[in-house]
Design a protein around this ligand. Structure first.
Ligand code: S3P
Length: 433
């Protein structure tokens, strides 16, 4: 995918209002995949509007799954589950920009009695796949990649056996991939993660009727379980909300309310970091929907102090670090980020992308192999920003631009379609000048 048009973001005086967000990207992918291999018809409301989740749906259609968008609401997806056996695709499966699609779908394809090929765009073609090839091969799938471990992947599946696997890196995509493959394997499969990562795969498997057990950081699933369809509403995307929370955080006195938002504790670490920075946050109307916590979050901007993100926090905040880094110069004492090497293998090298773009805005930044040190109390000026085709970079710098002096031009801004196509309009609707 190539991303074009530039968006100009003008400085703001204030940022306030209320918002409801499209469905969470991580949950939308998993619901679409599991609904496809479940028995019966599922109805998914508030499905993510992002291009990544549309890539997953397109792949499922190529694998023989019938689904439709509802006439009344295009974000309601009705999926006819095929049960565990998918149809061999007649062409290679296009995962677009979506690492989640490629990695998690590979787990399901490893369990199918046919061969399939998965490819992606330029950015996805650079991303490491060894992390799923190794465990899936141990389970009995045959997988070839380009070079050592890059897409495209060719998977010949079937006849899997359960394994005990200790993941060398903390990755929720890999954990879900292995658990999905475990559904098709003979006997139990156990995945042990070095740090706790988001648990949407486990929560979704349970919602679709599977039994899983967890002991410490190890999750176990037994193969051969049947899934049943569900009717569910996908909670608002917490990683998209992060941009709006951080924008509100930049303007003392601003008030922002986002309702029906995902509040899963494995994703909500951002709220603790914002509270640590000095932001006032309250959560109301908490309820559980299909095992996922959902609530209304009210954020009030205050003077921002400092933050330290390292260790388990870096894994828990992996998608939110770009925007936290983008607001760091406006804090009093800055933000330090370490143990976040995984950021270098996301849709772009996000450590470098943040450093280069912050410097373009006049900020001082120290880049480390595994993070960034960004001093506080800095003044930024408007600049030309290069999204590098990465949605979270384009979106993060639109937030920094609100407090810069002068206009900021974000090149490749339409990368935002990957997770939230209406992002710039939504941001603009909350800005006061
Ligand atoms: C995701 C997990 C994270 C995250 C990605 C979505 C998921 O990746 O960066 O945007 O839905 O499981 P890793 O698990 O590879 O860190």
């Amino acid at each position: 995918m190539k991303f074009g048009p530039s968006v100009t973001v003008r400085p703001a005086r204030h940022f306030s209002g209320s918002l409801r967000l499209p469905g969470d990207k991580s949950i939308s992918h998993r619901y679409a995949m599991l609904a496809s291999i479940a028995e019966g018809n599922s109805r998914l409301e508030n499905y993510s509007t992002g291009a990544d989740c549309a890539s997953t749906l397109r792949c499922m259609r190529a694998l023989g799954v019938h689904w439709e968008r509802s006439d009344a609401d295009a974000n309601v997806i009705e999926i006819e589950g095929r049960g565990p056996a998918l149809k061999a695709p007649s062409n290679p499966l296009d995962c677009g920009n979506s690492g989640s699609t490629m990695r998690m779908l590979s787990g399901i394809l490893a369990g199918q009695e046919f061969s399939s090929e998965l490819f992606g765009d330029e950015s996805l073609s650079r991303r490491p796949m060894g992390r799923i090839i190794k465990p899936l091969t141990e389970m009995g799938a045959e997988i070839t990649a380009s070079g050592e471990d890059r897409p495209p992947l060719r998977i010949s599946g079937g006849n899997l056996v359960g394994i005990d696997y200790r993941m060398p890196i903390a990755s929720a995509q890999v954990k879900s991939c292995i658990l999905f493959a475990g559904l098709f394997a003979k006997g139990p499969t156990c995945v042990d993660e070095p740090l706790r990562t988001r648990d949407h795969g486990e929560v979704a498997l349970r919602a679709f009727g599977a039994e899983l057990t967890r002991q410490g950081n190890a999750t176990r699933i037994t193969g051969g379980q049947k899934l049943h369809a569900i009717d569910a509403r996908v909670p608002g995307d917490l990683s998209s909300a992060a941009f709006f929370f951080c924008a509100a955080a930049l303007f003392p006195g601003s008030q922002l309310v986002i309702d029906t938002l995902l509040m899963n504790p494995t994703r909500a670490r951002l709220l603790d970091i914002l509270i640590g920075l000095g932001v006032s946050i309250s959560i109301t109307q908490l309820e559980e929907q299909h095992g996922e916590l959902v609530g209304t979050v009210r954020v009030e901007g205050r003077r921002l102090k400092s933050a330290e993100i390292a260790g388990a926090d870096s894994a828990a905040l992996i998608d939110e670090i770009p925007v936290l880094a983008a607001i760091a110069p406006f804090t009093e004492q800055g933000i330090r980020i370490r143990d976040a090497k995984e950021l270098r293998v996301k849709e772009s090298d996000r450590i470098q992308a943040v450093a280069v773009n912050l410097r373009a805005m006049g900020a001082q930044v120290e880049e480390h192999e595994d993070g960034l040190t960004i001093p506080g109390s800095q003044k930024l000026h408007g600049a030309e920003i290069d999204s590098l085709g990465d949605h979270r970079i384009a979106m993060a710098f639109a937030v920094a631009a609100l407090r810069a002096e002068g206009d900021t031009h974000i090149q490749g801004a339409d990368a935002a379609v990957i997770s939230f196509p209406a992002y710039f309009e939504a941001l603009e609707s909350l800005v006061q000048r």
